[in-house]
Design a binder for this molecule. Structure first.
Ligand SMILES: Nc1ncnc2c1ncn2[C@@H]1O[C@H](COP(=O)(O)OP(=O)(O)OP(=O)(O)O)[C@@H](O)[C@H]1O
Length: 231
């Protein structure tokens, strides 16, 4: 078993190949996400960043290569086990947080807990604590359309982290925000991930966002060209 203190590999991708139609999005990418680290994946538009994130998060199955999470090969898991793993061990947040528009912020954050079997009162209480932690105070009963972009993105992060995942997959989490809101979201994300020991795979084309990471891997034409410590 991996644990947050050793910084051993939590997820390892080896030789990933993924083709969309005639486009080869990944051509033999290797990457390792260590327990508890924040890893930035950078590269030009179309270099394969999102496809890499989708493969590592078990959302997309690669055509070739392997993704190993905590000793398990994701491509060998049956769909049911893979979706359970995604629900219990992984959190995801995208550029537009994908909150459910009909639900309040509080109910959005409580939802993963309810799906995991937590009782309604406890789920709502814990969701409220997470919203507070993310600085979304007094907005618990607002629906996503009634919140600012930054507030909605903080609520989306609270929802992604409320179940205590081992890994968070964040694809351009500040891409739709102005720079101040983006900085606030990144500060909270980095602080919370470090406090809870959650590893973060952070896809971004923005050097200021990548600077929040411990390490950076750069993709070019579907393969990793450089790995190192972020500036
Ligand atoms: N579902 C899809 N169908 C067809 N082509 C796709 C699909 N998803 C990605 N691609 C193509 O695969 C390549 C890699 O895309 P990907 O989204 O992984 O790159 P990216 O680095 O995340 O790009 P961006 O920064 O623009 O989001 C691109 O050429 C893209 O057009």
């Amino acid at each position: 078993m991996t644990n947050g203190d050793t910084r051993g590999p939590l997820l390892t991708a080896a030789g990933l190949v993924k083709t969309h139609g005639s486009t080869r999005a990944l051509r033999g990418a290797h990457v390792e996400l260590r327990a508890g680290e924040i890893l930035a994946v950078t590269g030009a538009s179309g270099s394969g960043k999102s496809t890499l994130l989708h493969c590592l998060a078990g959302i997309v199955r690669p055509d070739a290569g392997s993704v190993t999470y905590d000793g398990q090969r994701l491509e060998e898991l049956p769909e049911k086990r893979l979706s359970e793993l995604r629900r219990t061990e992984f959190g995801v947040v995208f550029q537009f947080g994908q909150l459910i528009p009909e639900l309040t912020a509080l109910d959005n954050v409580a939802l993963p807990l309810l799906l995991a079997g937590t009782g309604r009162a406890e789920a709502r209480a814990r969701a409220g604590e997470w919203l507070e932690r993310f600085g979304v105070r007094g907005q618990e009963e607002l629906r996503p359309g009634e919140m600012s972009g930054g507030q909605a993105q903080r609520a989306a992060l609270a929802r992604a982290l409320v179940t205590g995942p081992k890994a968070l997959f964040a694809d351009e989490p500040t891409g739709a925000l102005d720079s101040l809101a983006g900085e606030q979201v990144m500060t909270t994300l980095a602080h919370t991930a470090r406090e809870s020991g959650t590893a973060v795979l952070l896809v971004t084309h923005d050097a200021q966002v990548a600077a929040y990471a411990d390490r950076e891997v750069r993709l070019r034409d579907g393969a990793v060209t450089a790995q190192g410590v972020a500036a």
